[in-house]
Design a protein around this ligand. Structure first.
Ligand code: PRP
Length: 189
């Protein structure tokens, strides 16, 4: 069976995922530093509230797990699945959202996203959530690509703004490959 992720033995900062070459961009230890900073802000801002973290599957699972371990306020966790990329490196423009598993009325929701690229996923989610009588809604995203945004979406907690390159690793995939890489890689020009 052909391997989907191949590490370049001569250049450890490079990997091939399927048919594309990626270069290491953010090391796992730096991701954790970014997460510590975000968690401190959320812990302070929500000291008197009990937020419900809505994890956007599948890409956010690594980020959500590491972030939530650093949250010290009482909280709840739920998930929703969103899909718009399929096997491509550009958004299809159509966002498929799963059903919410519970009624979120009265809750202080914090959406957890791994990456905001065009912003279309987040926009769809915000529209879906505001149909319910939620108490408040904020978003935390590990990465944001300001140059790619097609929709003005509010991201209160941004880990890092990045250039418009395609990203893989730490939960983010290229055609479902590379999600389990501990570091984040960007597509080599
Ligand atoms: C990715 C990512 C975000 C979304 C961001 O999800 O996890 O949810 O795209 O892109 P956008 O801002 O252009 O909408 P994807 O559709 O790849 O599904 P996945 O998380 O299951 O991989």
């Amino acid at each position: 069976m052909r391997k989907e992720v191949i590490f370049n033995e001569e250049n450890p900062s490079e990997i091939t995922v399927l048919d594309r070459v990626f270069k290491k961009f953010i090391a796992s230890e730096d991701i954790l530093k970014i997460i510590n900073d975000i968690a401190s802000r959320i812990n302070k801002d929500y000291a008197d509230r009990k937020p419900l973290f809505l994890i956007v599957l599948k890409g956010s699972v690594f980020f959500a797990a590491d972030l939530l371990k650093k949250i010290s306020v009482d909280c709840e966790i739920d998930t929703i699945a969103a899909k718009s990329y399929g096997r491509n490196i550009e958004s299809s423009g159509t966002v498929h959202l799963s059903e919410l598993s519970e009624n979120l009325s009265g809750k202080d929701i914090i959406i957890i996203e791994d990456i905001v690229d065009t912003g279309l996923t987040l926009q769809s989610l915000i529209e879906k959530l505001t149909e319910q009588r939620i108490n408040s809604l904020e978003t935390v995203s590990l990465l944001v690509k300001p140059a790619k945004l097609k929709s003005r979406v509010p991201v209160k907690y941004t880990g890092m703004e990045i250039p418009p390159d395609f990203i893989v690793g730490y939960g983010m995939d290229y055609a479902e490959a590379g999600r389990n890489l501990p570091d984040i890689y960007r597509l080599k020009a």
